[in-house]
Design a protein around this ligand. Structure first.
Ligand code: OAD
Length: 272
């Protein structure tokens, strides 16, 4: 066993001893629920439990590329609610920025499309947006990019944008990875950072969607993995150096920041 104990204070000691120089962070929708963005799978509050009004064949169809081709409206109903701009990063996002400032962040792999990592100040070259984001958009047929201004207007009005090339006229979709689509090429290219990591933090994800869900298992034996989540997920907890911090992630992260003596700096960074 690498850690003195399977506790956050042992993780803090490991960091303070200079043993964690390349930290990889893996995030999902749970890191943003405190910002007011629902996650997908939490019973009752998750998006998938609240899509009945959209009359989908099944909840995940709203992010399914073949369904979108036939029926893009439900996605645009959702896009209007989720569109970046009105949400603020959480204290857990700020902690990732703090890791970067201290030169300890190797990479952040996120499944989220809310762009809150960038907003929190995590350097762009450290972020791998595994499921894309709302930052850009294009035609699903000819792949021509579509401009930001008209995109925002369409989303705000709940209208489906169409390709600006009139001979094409295809549907425009944000560069979010839908079910049935490939992940961005930098996802595959960045995987080796996991086997080089000396600490992996997993925050707010159910680890149910592959290939992202396999990322924690690329950690080398003897390198600690810490889960900040409401529930135990994936293989987290099965390794000798796994630490489970079950509860809301902002509380867990604050606890770790206290153990590190970084709490004040964290709160300052977060409140700006
Ligand atoms: P899920 O909704 O599947 O899982 C969110 C996880 O975060 C659950 O385990 C919750 O218990 C936990 N959680 C919620 N709020 C929390 C909080 N405040 N503190 C700690 N934990 C909390 O979301 P993802 O794992 O991100 O794909 O889902 C993966 C992918 O499935 C998404 O990227 C999306 C979806 O279909 C696409 O859109 C392509």
């Amino acid at each position: 066993q690498t850690l003195a104990a399977r506790t956050l204070s042992a993780v803090a000691e490991y960091i303070k001893d200079g043993k964690a120089k390349r930290i990889v962070v893996l995030t999902g929708a749970g890191i943003s629920t405190a910002a007011g963005i629902p996650d997908f799978r939490s019973p009752g509050t998750g998006l998938y439990a609240n899509l009945a009004r959209l009359n989908l064949p099944h909840a995940e169809a709203v992010f399914d590329i073949s369904y979108f081709r036939q029926n893009p409206e439900p996605f645009y109903v959702l896009a209007r609610e989720l569109y970046p701009g009105k949400f603020h990063p959480t204290v857990s996002h700020a902690f990732i920025t703090l890791l970067a400032r201290r030169g300890l962040l190797s990479h952040l792999f996120t499944q989220n499309i809310d762009c809150l990592e960038r907003r929190a100040g995590v350097p762009a070259d450290k972020i791998v947006e595994a499921h894309g984001s709302f930052a850009t958009q294009r035609c699903i047929d000819c792949r021509r990019e579509y401009p930001d201004g008209p995109m925002r207007e369409h989303v705000e009005r709940g209208q489906v944008p169409r390709c600006e090339d009139e001979t094409c006229g295809g549907l425009v979709k944000p560069d979010i990875v839908f079910f049935g689509e490939q992940l961005p090429s930098d996802f595959e290219r960045s995987l080796h950072h996991l086997s080089m990591a000396d600490l992996v933090l997993v925050i707010g994800t159910s680890l149910t969607v592959f290939p992202f869900a396999k990322l924690p298992d690329l950690t080398l034996d003897g390198k600690p993995r810490v889960l900040f989540n409401l529930e135990r997920v994936g293989t987290m907890g099965t390794q000798a150096d796994d630490v489970l911090e079950l509860g809301d992630c902002d509380s867990g992260i604050r606890k770790l920041a206290d153990e590190l003596g970084w709490r004040e700096e964290l709160e300052e960074l977060w409140t700006g």
